[in-house]
Design a protein around this ligand. Structure first.
Ligand code: GLP
Length: 265
């Protein structure tokens, strides 16, 4: 894991946006794995600004989102489809036909959505860069604690904790879906590169458990320890409980020095 600890959430967003810029520059038709929640919004704003400054284009890109509520109308402002249109898709030049979420079409059997989504991801060549947030309970996507570490896209029942954390987005509790369709942990692990973003002290425990704790389905993000190319972008607050923090800073310093030497050679 490449653990990068930055001063604040702005720097986390800037660092994450630079990774997207580089990828889309090298591979304009990249397949991007996208996440929702409050954390990636600052990153999406940077991408929109970069697009406005003609520094990147999504014209040829394809996107797959991690999850979507089950039974929500895609036009509902709280659907993840609406979130993505608002926070990224509509302001940039992406072709909406190339944007996918694990949505259950009218009349479709919800149990068929997962296998269909997995097949679709495969048919597009797999995800090049997957961005992730993390729940306070360590969930990634909606893979709640005890999710199988080899799970695939499927229906999940949300925990009370997750429902409480996301209640603020809904006008009334009765309007909040209790079920979601989420990419599984194995689906996420198939991505060639993964970037996990965490900001704020509310995430500090989940970050510590997932990075420094044992690999366990009780902290689903800990599965990322088994992936070869993960970058974890943290602000100071989210990193505040890490026991090896000095080491992570030291590693980044060494890396920078190596890069500078190579750049100067
Ligand atoms: C939601 C999403 C996750 C997200 C998490 C954290 O439940 N399904 O993909 O990472 O919550 O959200 P936030 O960034 O708002 O803290």
């Amino acid at each position: 894991m490449d653990i990068v600890i930055l001063k604040d959430s702005d720097q986390v967003a800037a660092y994450g946006a630079a990774l997207f810029r580089r990828l889309l520059h090298d591979k304009p038709d990249a397949v991007l794995g996208l996440a929702t929640g409050g954390t990636p919004i600052a990153l999406y704003r940077r991408l929109i600004a970069d697009y406005s400054d003609a520094m990147l284009s999504f014209r040829e890109a394809t996107t797959f989102n991690l999850d979507e509520y089950l039974g929500i109308d895609p036009r509902d402002p709280q659907s993840y489809r609406s979130y993505m249109r608002r926070e990224l898709f509509d302001p940039v030049d992406i072709d909406i036909a190339n944007t996918f979420l694990p949505e259950c079409a009218a009349g479709e059997n919800p149990l068929d959505v997962g296998p269909r989504y997995e097949q679709l991801i495969r048919s597009k060549g797999g995800i090049d860069l997957q961005i992730l947030g993390i729940g306070q309970n360590g969930h990634i996507g909606f893979n709640e604690p005890t999710s199988s570490l080899v799970s695939r896209t499927r229906i999940k029942t949300l925990t009370r904790e997750t429902l409480a954390a996301n209640r603020r987005y809904f006008d009334a509790p009765a309007l909040q879906p209790q079920l979601a369709i989420t990419m599984g942990i194995a689906s996420i692990m198939d991505a060639r590169d993964i970037v996990l973003l965490a900001t704020g002290s509310r995430k500090a425990d989940a970050v510590r458990q997932s990075i420094e704790g044992p690999v366990s389905s009780m902290w689903p993000a800990s599965a990322l320890q088994m992936h070869e190319r993960v970058t974890v972008l943290l602000d100071d607050a989210a990193a505040s409980q890490l026991a090896q923090r000095d080491y992570y800073d030291w590693v980044q310093q060494q890396k920078q020095e190596l890069l500078n030497e190579r750049g100067g050679a």
